[in-house]
Design a protein around this ligand. Structure first.
Ligand code: DGL
Length: 277
């Protein structure tokens, strides 16, 4: 039966808004609750144990809104926490790694795929593992690009001289490896898409998992007959973060094509109380 329950979506911070943006384009009638764990970002340099704990806590918080689905709009959390979340919560849990891997395998002609991501996503081997499952003949070349997240958070425009300089240094090995597809394996990187495309050149296809994740969300809801229905008026988006709502709104506006009117603060006292439930 069509469901008016919201879709819950979380990230370590604002980056997951790139995923929300794509889902919104596809499913404008849906209602969304977004949680950005801005008090504890970045996840990309934490241990797997901490990332799993944070992801479970984030979802427990979101379960208060009675969602029909959880979208893990963070590559780092998707790399480590997906199995734990799927076991703990009895609603569909969709990550971003598998959709990105599917899109990469579909796009490559030379079977040489590059992945840029946070250090922990690279260390987890989640992309090479998932791609190998889909096509064992695809070679995957990974590169951790830890400076890109703070660069995006800081709002450096693509024409800032520092941007191509840093990208050139991160992407040199992947260019050398002759990849024909580059996966933007972190939710922040789509904001640097133009600059990355310039460095990689016109023969390399950039894969952004947000687009494919939106397709998977749509399919999953359709299969279970849980879509809100296109005849419904546009759904609302509710934004929560664990630190500084003003900053979340200011930075978040660059990630999302619809306005962010109001951001609620998940007070740490309430937030961490969830941990003890
Ligand atoms: N959202 C994270 C990801 O997609 C990047 C930011 C972080 O390190 O927490 O991996």
């Amino acid at each position: 039966m069509p469901s008016n329950q919201p879709i819950a979506i979380f990230d370590s911070g604002v980056g997951g808004l790139t995923v929300l943006d794509q889902i919104l384009h596809r499913l404008p009638a849906e209602e969304f609750v977004y949680f950005g764990d801005t008090a504890r970002v970045p996840y990309g340099s934490k241990s797997s144990r901490t990332i799993i704990r944070f992801a479970v806590e984030d979802c427990r918080f979101l379960m208060r809104f009675d969602p029909k689905m959880i979208v893990v709009a963070c590559n780092t959390a998707s790399s480590f926490a997906l199995d734990t979340l799927s076991a703990e919560f009895d609603i569909p849990v969709i990550g971003v790694v598998e959709p990105g891997a599917v899109a990469a395998v579909a796009a490559t002609r030379t079977r040489r795929v590059g992945v840029i991501a946070t250090q922990t996503t690279v260390n987890s081997g989640s992309y090479p593992r998932t791609i190998a499952r889909l096509d064992a003949k695809v070679e995957v070349f990974q590169k951790a690009a830890p400076l890109l997240v703070p660069m995006v958070e800081e709002g450096r425009p693509p024409d800032d001289p520092v941007v191509p300089l840093i990208l050139e240094s991160y992407l040199a090995d992947l260019k050398q490896a002759g990849v024909d597809v580059l996966v933007l394996g972190c939710t922040h990187y789509p904001l640097l898409r133009e600059a990355i495309a310039k460095v990689m050149g016109p023969t390399v296809t950039l894969v952004d998992s947000a687009h494919q994740t939106a397709a998977v969300v749509h399919q999953t809801l359709t299969k279970s007959d849980l879509c809100r229905g296109d005849s419904q008026p546009a759904g609302k988006q509710h934004f929560w973060c664990s630190d500084n709502p003003e900053l979340f709104a200011k930075i978040g506006r660059r990630f999302l094509s619809t306005p962010i009117d109001e951001v609620h603060h998940a007070d740490p006292e309430i937030f961490f109380e969830v941990e003890r439930l």
